[in-house]
Design a binder for this molecule. Structure first.
Ligand SMILES: NC(=O)c1ccc[n+]([C@@H]2O[C@H](COP(=O)([O-])OP(=O)(O)OC[C@H]3O[C@@H](n4cnc5c(N)ncnc54)[C@H](OP(=O)(O)O)[C@@H]3O)[C@@H](O)[C@H]2O)c1
Length: 381
């Protein structure tokens, strides 16, 4: 009986080990194929870097999956196929991204840059600046720090030898008193968004105004134009000064009358209460209030019923990219400038202050677009 059992198991063992050998062979082939796929993806990434084109192409990935689903004869199910190839594509996307932006591991010689704010989790500055450093072959890392005491954080930056900082809400004004020197761009606005550390000295700048002008002037010449500036907070002050410097005739439109009048007086501008504004008479309209920002995406900062189609409309909000104001302006036939353009331009100005070299603006824009949350309707694979 025992002999019979042994004979049976010997009989079964032979084909099993043959099948296992075949599986081992296939695994070797799969391993080589996956590695080859990653090498090809890295080559594509390097070519995209040269061409300055977008790395992440979700429609290409969706097409790959669709094509494979059509060719699949099973027993792999559709769901299993999707899981497996999504994983493989993610691996390839990783190497493609590294090859595309020339990313390198930080080492002991890496310079440190950072954004200080509270909160900072939503900040897209790390993606934007890290991509720019990598693209330019600069050995640097950009981090985000959520800080409550800006004075202590700036002391730490000084002793750690951090090279440059972005400063965001709520520290833009308080940071001024910690500077060794304040550039005029920050002094007159009464707020900074950029710090350059040179020989242990902290120098404060504000790039919001120049960033907004860089974005706006790409769409329209500002000189001699009538501009309605909605809001009277920090961003409005920076943009208001930049607009008047560029020769625009500015009208401040604000919810709080005293704050709005105060800024208008300072700029030598007009003031219009928010309730009286209907969009008439302006050639440029810029929203600097947070009204319309995610998750209140349908909120309008002002009434634009009388806005002329020739008016150029800019919203400095970039989440969502198309705010209710931008959508309404587009439907009236107006040219529009999104907050993304200002965000990238103020970041490019920061990069240039820190590194004293031209910023790779297109690469920075791509990094931000890729990092922005996808609109609800867009399917992401
Ligand atoms: N794209 C970029 O690069 C960039 C750069 C800087 C800032 N930003 C964005 O710009 C926005 C404003 O920043 P900030 O530093 O200027 O803020 P801020 O100093 O707090 O000023 C906010 C302004 O918006 C007005 N406002 C706020 N909530 C309102 C509401 N519900 N209805 C009507 N008006 C309202 C305020 O009016 P009152 O005076 O009546 O309170 C004030 O004039 C933020 O969303 C920020 O993220 C974008």
């Amino acid at each position: 009986m025992q002999d019979q059992k042994d004979a049976c198991s010997d009989f079964a063992a032979a084909p099993i080990s043959s099948l296992r050998r075949q599986i081992d062979g296939l695994d070797d082939e799969l391993l080589a194929l996956i590695n080859r796929r990653m090498v090809l993806a890295a080559e594509i990434g390097a070519l995209k870097r040269k061409a300055g084109s977008r790395v992440l192409d979700t429609s290409r990935e969706a097409n790959v999956l669709r094509r494979l689903e059509k060719r699949n004869r099973g027993p792999l199910s559709r769901r299993e196929l999707q899981r497996l190839f999504t994983e493989i594509m993610q691996l390839c996307r990783g190497v493609q991204g590294s090859a595309a932006d020339g990313r390198r591991e930080p080492d002991a010689g890496s310079c440190l840059y950072a954004v200080l704010g509270n909160p900072v989790r939503h900040s897209l500055s790390p993606q934007m600046h890290n991509r720019a450093f990598a693209h330019c072959g600069i050995n640097a890392v950009y981090m985000a720090f959520c800080v409550t005491r800006i004075d202590k954080a700036l002391d730490a930056a000084r002793s750690l030898g951090i090279k440059g900082l972005s400063v965001t809400l709520p520290h833009k004004t308080a940071a001024l008193s910690c500077m060794d020197r304040i550039d005029e761009s920050a002094a007159r606005v009464g707020a900074l968004n950029t710090v350059v550390l040179r020989a242990g000295q902290l120098v404060g700048y504000n790039t919001d105004g120049t960033g907004a002008m860089r974005a706006l002037q790409a769409a329209v010449a500002v000189e001699g134009r009538r501009a309605a500036l909605i809001g009277a907070g920090g961003a409005a002050r920076a943009i208001g000064y930049a607009l008047t410097d560029a020769g625009a005739a500015v009208t401040i439109v604000n919810r709080s009358v005293s704050r709005g009048r105060g800024l208008a007086r300072e700029l030598g501008a007009q003031f219009c209460p928010r309730e009286r504004f209907d969009g008439s008479g302006c050639q440029i309209l810029i929203n600097t209030t947070p009204v319309g920002m995610h998750p209140h995406e349908d909120a309008m900062p002002v009434d634009i019923r009388q806005l002329a189609p020739e008016t150029v409309v800019m919203d400095i909000i970039y989440n969502p990219l198309k705010t209710a104001l931008i959508r309404a302006a587009e439907s009236r036939g107006c040219r529009t400038v999104s907050g993304l353009e200002m965000f990238v331009a103020q970041g490019a100005a920061q990069f240039e202050l820190w590194t004293r070299q031209p910023a790779p603006e297109e690469i920075m824009r791509q990094a931000v677009v890729e990092a922005l949350p996808a609109p609800e309707s867009e399917e992401r694979i």
